[in-house]
Design a protein around this ligand. Structure first.
Ligand SMILES: *[C@@H]1O[C@H](CO)[C@@H](O)[C@H](O)[C@H]1NC(C)=O
Ligand SMILES: *[C@@H]1O[C@H](CO)[C@@H](O)[C@H](O)[C@H]1NC(C)=O
Length: 364
């Protein structure tokens, strides 16, 4: 459910998966081939710091927190459907910009979001963001309805005055949503809406960096008056880039030193945030009320379709390798194309069809 970076394994099953994976992929990482205007590479990077989050549970609020890192393909992944809804109607994103944002940063994030559903007149070269979303759209509900391929940004609200403070919690974030929905014309859209709260780099959040880089949940009728799926992601550019903007910053190095990858749009915080936003959007769409698609027996600590592929961006990833991705002429890493010529590096998503992590830049 939340985006964590955790490289330790905590059970025999996970260890087994890791071993199987290493055995399968040990031969894949040496390849580097020329293709179009970019080269492939499969960097091996120092792992991000291990966090304490597995010790943290939010059972009182029905919240989770646990993230397990399964890489590649395995029949041992027990991803199950728990009969709840998925977002099968066209998805409306309501963006809440909390804190101070540069218009160029907002535009870059919107470029990513608006690349998911590409209008017919635009042609975006493969591998593309909309192809990446295809994996998400393979999830269905009990009526057989797929997650919608239509994802639009339909409203934006800015809180430049930090009206709920510069430290938010899992509960006060709901007050930020209340403020936004009370501000007309920002509607209550409980059929199609996802409320996406993005906090600027000077805002801290409960468990941020230590345990989470983003999370999703739903609002409580007692607080907000409605049950609205929402997701939060913070700009970690200044707070913990080596955790939440990995692999554009890695532990033990200066953030632009050797080891870290060059971000596709030159902004470590925002480029890192985009992969976390992607992860949370995939999960909120497939598990909006935390009763649809997740692995694990404990609904307070679900492992969701993004968690299963965290840190994996291409074929042949695992064991410290992030997978085969592309590098442009300026040495900037990416694995998918978006609108207006933008490039992004976004993690893969677990495919219910392939029973493996999948992405548009797969080599086979
Ligand atoms: C993890 O927990 C231990 C003991 O509770 C604490 O000393 C340590 O600082 C924590 N680490 C992080 C990264 O928060
Ligand atoms: C719906 O999902 C199934 C797999 O679960 C897939 O075969 C099918 O192509 C999907 N349909 C659409 C319209 O995406």
């Amino acid at each position: 459910m939340s985006t964590f970076l955790l490289f330790s394994t905590s059970s025999c099953a996970q260890l087994l998966i890791l071993i199987l994976f290493l055995a399968n992929h040990a031969q894949c990482h040496a390849t580097s081939k020329q293709h179009h205007h970019y080269t492939y590479h499969n960097p091996k990077l120092p792992p991000p710091p291990t966090t304490n989050h597995t010790d943290t549970k939010y059972e009182d609020k029905g919240e989770f927190t646990s993230s397990k890192r399964f890489e590649g393909s395995s029949n041992l992944v027990d991803l199950k459907y728990h009969m709840g809804p998925v977002l099968s109607s066209p998805i409306n994103i309501y963006l809440i910009w909390y804190g101070k944002w540069a218009p160029s940063q907002q535009l870059l994030i919107k470029d990513f979001l608006l690349s998911i559903s590409t209008p017919h007149h635009q042609t975006i070269p493969s591998p593309s963001v909309s192809e990446w979303w295809h994996t998400v759209s393979y999830y269905t509900d009990q009526t057989g309805a797929n997650i919608s391929q239509s994802v639009l940004v339909v409203g934006e609200y800015s809180d430049t005055k930090y009206s709920h403070g510069k430290y938010l919690t899992r509960l006060t974030i709901q007050e930020v949503i209340i403020s936004a929905v009370r501000t007309k014309p920002f509607p209550v859209d409980h059929k199609n809406g996802i409320y996406l709260i993005l906090t600027s780099e000077d805002v801290s959040m409960q468990d941020y960096c230590r345990a989470v880089c983003g999370f999703h949940y739903f609002t409580f009728p007692s607080m907000v008056g409605y049950t609205l799926p929402y997701a939060w992601v913070g700009n970690s550019g200044k707070q913990c880039p080596e955790v939440c903007a990995y692999p554009f910053a890695v532990p033990g190095y200066m953030k632009d030193g050797p080891g870290a990858l060059r971000p596709p749009n030159g902004d470590i915080g925002i480029d890192g945030m985009i992969s976390v936003i992607a992860h949370e959007l995939a999960e909120v769409s497939s598990n909006p009320l935390v009763n649809a698609w997740y692995a694990g027996e404990d609904p307070t600590a679900p492992t969701e379709i993004g968690d299963l592929c965290e840190g994996l961006y291409g074929s042949g990833g695992g064991g410290g390798y992030i997978g085969q991705i592309m590098k442009d002429r300026n040495g900037r890493s990416f694995n998918m194309n978006g609108r207006r010529g933008k490039k992004f590096l976004v993690q893969w998503i677990w495919s219910p069809v392939l029973k493996a992590c999948a992405g548009p830049n797969a080599l086979d």
